[in-house]
Design a protein around this ligand. Structure first.
Ligand code: HEM
Ligand SMILES: N/C(=N/c1cccc(CO[C@@H]2CCNC2)c1)c1cccs1
Length: 363
């Protein structure tokens, strides 16, 4: 009988799951024949909770662009495959935010909704991240808020949502249950933990009024395990400070705060060769670390994160597993050559289970 296209992927995942957990090969073979039968009966198969949990952890361990993989085995996995109404999905997402935030002691968490079917995706999330600031394109061409969010903000306006028009308005979460219209809701404000970004040595910097949200929760990627695709599987860790300081606040097409930061530290911006940009980025990194620590919110600096990644590499070697990685993403955007990552090469082979981009729902 011709093999089902999913069977190959299912077989290699199930074998990996049974071997790494030291379950018996007899149990493995029983599970494989169960899956074979399910595939020939219905064209798909269903993961047990244990398979789903381990598959999500493997997807993180296989994420070539992630520097935070040392903690792959401590991922908290919520199985929300039963949620099939707007209310149930909303409750699950709100619970994810509350559980992951944990009053600042962030817990790495993923919530998995129902997998794709031939008739379409049961649940989709429109947001890039569950918590993200809006961006408003103004008549004068300037953007209020986060330029990265302009398209999503316009989409939310079209659905009837209205923001306050500040630089830091949290967008609503927009979901779509198969066949229904998109449905949006505001995250209860008391569940959104934010950090005021201040600098220990500069009152002028503090006047810039910067802040950022505590928990990054990626909600637009697809989780694939053993040939089954989960298009809605939001996951969070904690931030590495450079993401906020050297990208979100620094990129010219984001909050573009280098000139204002330089001014707050009396750095002349006339000549590039004075390294004013480098000094300003470092002050932003210092401010983000200082502020998150003061607020009791988990964060990691790029040196510590690189060291943790090195430990991950060592542990994987001890387990006789080859580490794959995407060097271009693994090196931090600040002082990359001060980390071990810069000075070695990585095999960027894409292993499954893993996370994947999927076509944006915003046309
Ligand atoms: C626990 C703390 C974690 C830290 C500090 C961390 C750090 C990072 C950083 C800095 C990036 C690069 C992001 C960018 O340059 O825009 C990244 C990428 C990534 N991380 Fe992690 N991570 C963590 C946890 C996780 C978890 C829990 C998952 C999933 C279960 C995950 C999956 C990924 C994936 C899939 C990417 C690549 C995203 C893309 O291709 O756009 N990470 N991580
Ligand atoms: N610290 C993090 N950083 C990111 C991890 C994955 C993706 C992103 C955002 O990626 C965007 C696309 C390219 N850069 C920005 C950020 C985490 C988010 C969720 C779990 S850990």
């Amino acid at each position: 009988m011709t093999e089902h296209p999913i069977y190959q992927k299912a077989e290699s995942f199930i074998k990996q799951f049974y071997i790494e957990n030291q379950f018996s090969s007899e149990a493995c073979n029983n599970r494989l024949s169960e899956i074979k039968k399910s595939l020939s009966d219905s064209g798909s198969y269903e993961h047990t909770y244990e398979e789903l949990e381990y598959g999500a952890k493997l997807a993180w361990r296989n994420s070539n662009r992630c520097i935070g993989r040392l903690f792959w085995n401590s991922l908290n996995v919520f199985d929300m495959r039963k949620a099939d109404t707007e209310e149930q999905v909303k409750e699950a997402l709100i619970q994810h935010i509350a559980y992951a935030t944990n009053d600042g002691k962030i817990r790495s968490t993923i919530t998995v909704f129902n997998p794709s079917e031939t008739s379409g995706d049961p649940v989709r999330i429109f947001n890039h991240q569950l918590i993200r600031y809006a961006g408003y394109l103004q008549e004068d061409g300037r953007v209020m808020g986060d330029p990265h969010s302009v398209k999503m903000t316009e989409f939310c306006h079209a659905l009837g949502w209205k923001g306050e028009g500040t630089d830091f308005d949290v967008l609503p979460i927009v979901i779509q249950i198969k066949g229904n219209d998109p449905y949006y809701f505001d995250v209860p404000k008391d569940l959104i933990k934010e950090v005021e970004i201040t600098h220990p040595d500069s009152a002028a910097f503090n006047k810039l009024g910067l802040k950022w949200y505590a928990v990054p929760i990626i909600s637009e990627m697809k989780l694939e395990i053993g040939g089954i695709e989960y298009p809605a599987a939001p996951f969070n860790g904690w931030y590495m400070e450079t993401e906020i300081a050297a990208r979100n606040f620094t990129d010219e097409n984001r909050y573009n705060m280098l000139p204002n930061t330089a001014k707050a530290f009396n750095l002349s911006t006339k000549l590039q060769s004075t390294m004013w940009k480098d000094r300003a980025v470092l002050e932003l990194c210092t401010a983000v670390m200082h502020s998150f620590k003061k607020a009791g919110v988990s964060i990691v600096d790029h040196h510590t994160a690189s060291q943790q990644f090195e430990l991950f590499e060592q542990r994987e070697k001890e387990e006789n597993r080859k580490v794959t990685g995407d060097w271009t993403w693994l090196i931090p955007p600040v002082s990359p050559a001060s980390t071990h990552i810069f000075h070695k090469q990585y095999d960027n082979t894409w292993k499954s289970p893993n996370f994947f981009y999927q076509p944006s729902l915003l046309q």
